[in-house]
Design a protein. Structure first.
Length: 513
């Protein structure tokens, strides 16, 4: 009976390994340009909308979690206070969910190192095996003694408590590879955490500069409305004195209406930029907060070091490049880890315990029964040698996966490095052109003021038309807008260059540009 059972079990194992040696791959897209499920629109275009089975969401749970996180990350804002850019950045760093998420991932990665470190130490466990057993077998007759056929039955219980110590002594570098992976992931987590803060600094700074430019435009357009009103009053006064015609008054009123219209658009743009700043800070758009003006800041007087030198020194400082490098190292260690899984392992094992049990015997050929209790102390110590032999091709597949992941990580590193160099070049060129535009707008602004003041004086003395005054004022306001926008754009470009070169590392950097 026992031999037959062994044969059945062996046959089942062989059938399972033969049937599972080649697993069908999980459903994926047939190629890199086709969506999962071959979805298409009515016009035949490939549709990359998320399939229903990949986009499950519980709106109630999502709303609850969002509210809890909003309450946890709320920051008290003093509506009477005027906040400077470094203070706005500080609020964002404490409010944005992205910084907290990066911090939690960094902490989780650090704990993963501790998990791997624990595998180098002995593992102690307490175990209790308890059970009930019944064994029955037929017994043949003994005619000589007048005993017929019957059945012998043994029932009993077992309770076996023990302490087991297992210490992995040698594994051909598997734990070392796992430790390297965990350490590189932890390094990448810390780099990503700092990179998240640098991005927050950049996003808040850029939104602040754009908001400042929008506020300057609103201020200029508001002054334009006042100038248009003054011009209209002058035209009306000249009409009463007989020095102007009604067409000039109508033109002045048209200029005032256009100035009011432009002011309305400027106020709308300012509100949009303020909302963008609140979003960059992780605050509600309805937040009331005072923001300091940009006009008290000094522009950089010249470009930084030459472009080639800047690129060479900056690539090593960028968090995304360093994080990609950590992923390459982790992927290479993953190859070593998978290779070690096919090699033997040697572990020391020791066990100390006690076996407590009882057995009751009964024979249907006889009346009555017999019982026996026993308690045995046991101790075992030895060395366990484990060698994997057959796994249905699992390790070979894992090796190929690990090598592909390592190659992909290396290609990602090259791509990120090329993109970083391109971003530095673009930011460098943008700063150069912004500085040039701001420098050129200075003399242009002075010339516009002089032209307007001259035209206004001539008009008051009847030597120039209202149209000439209007055109000079429009030209002056346009130059003022160009000057203010170039001022803000230069700060934004300098911030972008600092971010692209990995130097935008604290809230004081934008202030010191």
């Amino acid at each position: 009976m026992r031999v037959e059972l062994h044969r059945i079990v062996l046959a089942a194992i062989c059938a399972a390994t033969a049937g599972c040696a080649q697993h069908p791959p999980h459903a994926t897209s047939p190629d890199a340009s086709t969506p999962l499920g071959l979805a298409q629109t009515a016009t035949g275009a490939m549709d990359f909308s998320l399939p229903a089975d990949l986009s499950r969401a519980d709106d109630q749970v999502f709303t609850l979690i969002s509210q809890q996180l909003t309450d946890e990350l709320s920051v008290a804002i003093d509506s009477e206070r005027i906040y400077t850019l470094p203070e706005l950045i500080d609020i964002a760093q404490r409010t944005k969910p992205a910084t907290r998420a990066a911090w939690l991932r960094a902490r989780e990665a650090a704990l993963a190192v501790n998990v791997v470190e624990a595998s180098y130490l002995p593992q102690l466990s307490a175990n209790v095996l308890a059970g009930y057993e019944t064994v029955s077998r037929p017994e043949q007759a003994i005619p000589e003694l007048g005993i017929g056929t019957g059945r012998l039955t043994a029932t009993g219980y077992h309770v076996i408590p023990n302490l087991t110590v297992e210490w992995l002594l040698f594994d051909f570098g598997a734990r070392d590879a796992a430790m390297e992976i965990a350490e590189q992931v932890a390094i990448g987590g810390n780099i990503a955490f700092h990179g998240a803060h640098q991005r927050v600094i950049f996003e808040v700074s850029e939104a602040y500069f754009q908001y400042s430019a929008a506020r300057a435009e609103t201020r200029i357009d508001r002054e334009r409305v006042e100038d248009a009103r003054t011009l209209r009053r002058v035209a009306e006064g000249r009409l009463r004195e007989g020095l102007a015609i009604r067409a000039e008054v109508a033109q002045a009123r048209q200029i005032e209406a256009r100035a009011q219209f432009d002011l309305t658009l400027a106020e709308s743009r300012e509100e949009n930029k303020r909302t963008a700043l609140m979003h960059a800070m992780g605050l509600s758009p309805a937040t009331t907060i005072g923001v300091a003006e940009l006009s008290d800041r000094q522009l950089p007087e010249e470009m930084p070091m030459p472009l080639d030198e800047l690129i060479e020194k900056s690539l090593a400082q960028r968090p995304d490049i360093q994080a990609a490098l950590a992923r390459v190292r982790a992927a290479r260690s993953e190859v070593n880890l998978v290779a070690a899984s096919s090699r033997p392992k040697i572990a020391a094992v020791a066990e100390v315990g006690r076996a407590i049990g009882g057995v009751s015997l009964s024979d249907s050929r006889f009346d009555g029964s017999a019982s026996m209790n026993r308690t045995l102390d046991e101790a075992v110590a030895g060395v366990v040698f484990t060698m994997p032999l057959f796994d249905g091709g699992l390790r070979q597949t894992q090796k190929r996966q690990a090598r592909m992941q390592a190659e992909a990580a290396e290609q990602d590193l090259l791509e990120i490095r090329n993109l970083a160099a391109q971003e530095i070049v673009e930011a460098y060129s943008l700063l150069h052109s912004s500085l040039a535009a701001y420098t050129a707008s200075g003399p242009l602004l002075e010339a516009g003021r002089e032209t307007y003041e001259t035209a206004l004086g001539l008009y008051e003395n009847g030597l120039a038309s209202l149209s000439e005054v209007s055109q000079s004022k429009i030209g002056l306001n346009d130059v003022r807008l160009i000057h203010e926008q170039a001022f803000a754009d230069t700060f934004a470009a300098a911030t972008a260059l600092a971010f692209a070169t990995g130097r935008l590392t604290n809230s004081d950097v934008p202030a010191g540009l």
